[in-house]
Design a protein around this ligand. Structure first.
Ligand SMILES: Cc1ncc(COP(=O)(O)O)c(C=O)c1O
Length: 376
């Protein structure tokens, strides 16, 4: 469908074209090339971590992270159900069991109290999600992880650049993953990364992403055959993609500034509509509005009618997220039967509206006007 106002538009300029073109024109090193390390160094610096390892998606970064931390058969990993399906699936990739904990109302992130209830002797890790450019109660979750000797792996796919008390998402856990999929704050089309302060974990991540061989072997430019020291995959990010990442990351602060300004403007126009709750942001959080999610208090029926109404006016909106535990795969194939009342209630109320840097003042007014008309 051709939307008058899509849910997101990619922010790009001539620097993206220049960087990708330079990589292409080199005519060499399109797979493992110099832009990878440069992008990784920029990411490490930006997130305040010692190491960043680039991947071809956030999902492969998450998969590799669980492998690198030695999570596997018989282990349990606590995850939210209110997330993109990849967060829930990651433990299954490595033979472990995802255990769903409920979320809390304010941040849409894991509820620390419910996480405590879900810990068993088999629990090895918690994967909290920072929802939509915001932050979960990551400091409390980090404390719980420390108390119980669990790993904390932040799923910061949606919240690169968000800060709590000045500290960036991705900087709280033992490690964190990021995504550069098309709808993220910065994007390379597809792409991801894992960040950590551990040299050992970073090296394991590099091995896992590239067939289990050391990258120092210069695989494509030497006559030597490398040794393969562990089981690995091809989870590598191509050099052309990293070139885009460099251009995108260089302007992230400007992108965040614009997103915050657009979000403030839309918030101001929607906040007095009865029946809608605009995103509430704690004082110490710098929200980066990867998504702009409102709550429709009347619930699913009204919310779904609104989606149809907005679609009729050319405005795209979408539910992020339907709970993972209610998907066919978890419910019917795996037989999950969980009580997650807050997740289920919020999933009936949430609606993400268009949010992107190129959203014009007129478009913001148009969205608000249609919302007012619907609720009138
Ligand atoms: C919370 C969350 N986790 C993981 C992912 C997976 O990232 P990717 O799409 O890059 O594989 C996404 C993004 O789509 C996400 O939103």
């Amino acid at each position: 469908m051709d939307w008058k106002i899509p849910l997101f538009k990619i922010y790009w300029d001539e620097e993206d074209v220049k960087m990708a073109t330079e990589s292409i024109r080199r005519g060499m090193f399109w797979a493992i090339g110099p832009n990878i390390e440069r992008f990784e160094n920029m990411l490490a610096e930006y997130t305040g971590r010692k190491y960043a390892v680039a991947f071809n998606s956030g999902t492969s970064a998450l998969h590799a992270a669980l492998l690198a931390y030695g999570i596997g058969e018989g282990d349990e990993v606590i995850v939210p159900s209110f997330t993109f399906i990849a967060t829930a699936n990651a433990p299954l990739f490595v033979g472990a069991r995802p255990v769903f904990a409920d979320i809390e109302e304010k941040t849409f992130g894991l509820d620390p109290e419910d996480v405590r209830r879900k810990i068993t002797p088999r629990t090895k890790a918690i994967i909290p999600v920072h929802y939509g450019g915001g932050a979960c109660r990551v400091e409390e979750l980090s404390e719980i992880a420390r108390e119980h000797n669990l790993l904390l792996i932040e799923d910061a796919a949606e919240s690169l650049g968000a800060t709590v008390g000045g500290k960036k998402m991705g900087g709280f856990g033992d490690g964190a993953i990021l995504s550069f999929c098309a709808n993220k704050v910065i994007t390379t089309g597809e792409g991801g990364a894992a960040v950590t302060d551990s040299a050992e974990t970073a090296e394991k991540l590099r091995l896992i992403r590239s067939h289990g061989r050391s990258e120092n072997t210069g695989y494509f430019s030497t006559t030597e055959s490398p040794d393969y020291v562990t089981l690995g995959y091809n989870f590598r990010m191509p050099d052309i993609i990293a070139a885009l990442g460099i251009a995108q990351l260089a302007r992230i602060e400007e992108v965040i500034r614009i997103r915050r300004q657009k979000a403030a403007s839309l918030t101001g126009k929607l906040m007095s509509i009865p029946g809608i709750e605009v995103p509430g942001v704690p004082a110490d959080l710098r929200h980066v509005y990867q998504m702009f999610t409102v709550k429709i208090s009347q619930g699913r029926e009204k919310r779904d009618a609104l989606i149809q109404y907005l679609a009729g006016e050319g405005i795209m909106s979408k539910v992020y997220f339907e709970p993972a535990h209610l998907s066919h795969f978890y419910k019917n194939t795996l037989g999950y039967d969980c009580q997650l009342p807050v997740t289920e209630r919020l999933a009936e109320q949430v609606l993400s509206l268009p949010m992107y840097p190129a959203l014009s003042d007129d478009e913001i007014s148009y969205i608000a006007e249609k919302m007012v008309m619907f609720f009138a």
